[in-house]
Design a protein around this ligand. Sequence first.
Ligand SMILES: [Zn+2]
Length: 525
Amino acid sequence: MHITFHGAVREVTGSMHLVEANGSRILLDCGLFQGRRKESAEKNRSFPFDGGTVDHVVLSHAHIDHSGRIPLLTSSNFTGRVTCTRPTADACKYLLMDSAKIQESDANYLNYKILRSFLHGQVNSADPSISQREKKNIRAMLKKSAHELDVECIRELQERHQLERVTPLYTIGDAERALGCLEGYPYNYPVPVGDNVYCSFYDAGHILGSAFVFLRIKENGRNYTIGFTGDVGRFNTPILRDPTLEFREEDRDVDLFIMETTYGDREHEAGADLMEKLREVLIQTFSQGGTVVVPAFAFGRTQEILYYIRELYDRNEVPKVPVYVDSPLAINLTEVTRAHPETYDAAIHERFLEKGKNPFLFDQLRFTPSVEESMDLMKDESPHIVISASGMCEMGRILHHLRYKVHDPRNTILAVGFMAENTLGRKMLELGLEYERSGRAGPPPVVKILNKVYPLKARVARMDGFSAHADKRGLAKLVRNSNLRAKRIALVHGEESQSLAFSRYLAGEGRQAFVPQKGERIEIA
Ligand SMILES: [Zn+2]
């Protein structure tokens, strides 16, 4: 039996490992590499094997860096199935379609840029064969933005002038085909995924539907077990059950345990009281008649924030203003979360489910799927909370809410997630917090939203302490306190320094751990 580590090896995206056992070729995850556009486009474009030789995919969870290349595989000559948990299958319906839309619009934008630079050349050209009239037409075209120019028109011009054409990594049609291959199963229920190969899912506590994947394989009369964590969640957080520590007897003797190490060398700060911080922000904003705008990732963070707001409302600790989720993706994923109460932890069962309630369904919660509803909401000046995407304010409806709300000092923009460098979210956060620290002295900072400059008079606040990944202590707890007996541990899904540091830590604990190289194939004897 062999395992090849193809992705998320000494880096954090592109999760993918190939198991060859008893004549079956099983792929653990099939994730997208993310990062700099050009570099990741090259890494994503092709597989290091022929897709047709893969019999089965087992997916740990729905995040795109674990699932995002499935449409590329299923639109090659792969004819197998993709097995995952039921909530993962449901979440993928929206996440893979969204990913395909992003791939298509990225390609459209690049084609627009290629055409534009060509047309600029034409306008400035001294070539007498280009008439003044043609130049006038081209100038008119150059005034149009990417959204105003028809995709077909761009394609036609590129073809006529024989320009380079960028094709999307995959299309919406490819994603639809991929969804037809997905099969969702319950946790703790062995599913056949190959000849004498069974797969079981255990709670990983990372995101709705996330699972530790255990493969039980019989080859040449011998039993083997491969454990794969996907991403490991945190212990003692609300909503989802904790990462599993108790495994069934038949899965406990693990020949190879493949672990993520995003925070292999880091410890999360002692949890600031998130609820208290949120309470403070809501009371302060509503006492001035303002609105709270929350940019948040559609899957996970949006639902966590909703849960905290619900808690404060139930305790009557804040004014119960309407709460809007205004992002089609976040709305759909909140509905998926609501539809899978079987994944919630015991506390939620006791507080909500046993009383016939669901934490993601309450009187003040409203969804605004249509563009019209969203536009009405942007102009609404009565106090409310709006949660919208994208999380780093790079695109999506959040930009319009900001456009209408940043200039008013009664409002608050509440950052609840990581903001990467060079994003509008990061810029607002830095400028806004600096302005608060200065006691709001002098003129307010300015921010550019959708090509227009606005004064950032709204308050900017931050809730730290959210993370969907276990830190070093959590990972160590999984190894030390679970009932697994792992013979060898392979460390993946971490920057090299994080994986290597955790490997040294495990070695110190007397464990056999290693950090594979990308493409390395090992034998399990
Ligand atoms: Zn993840």
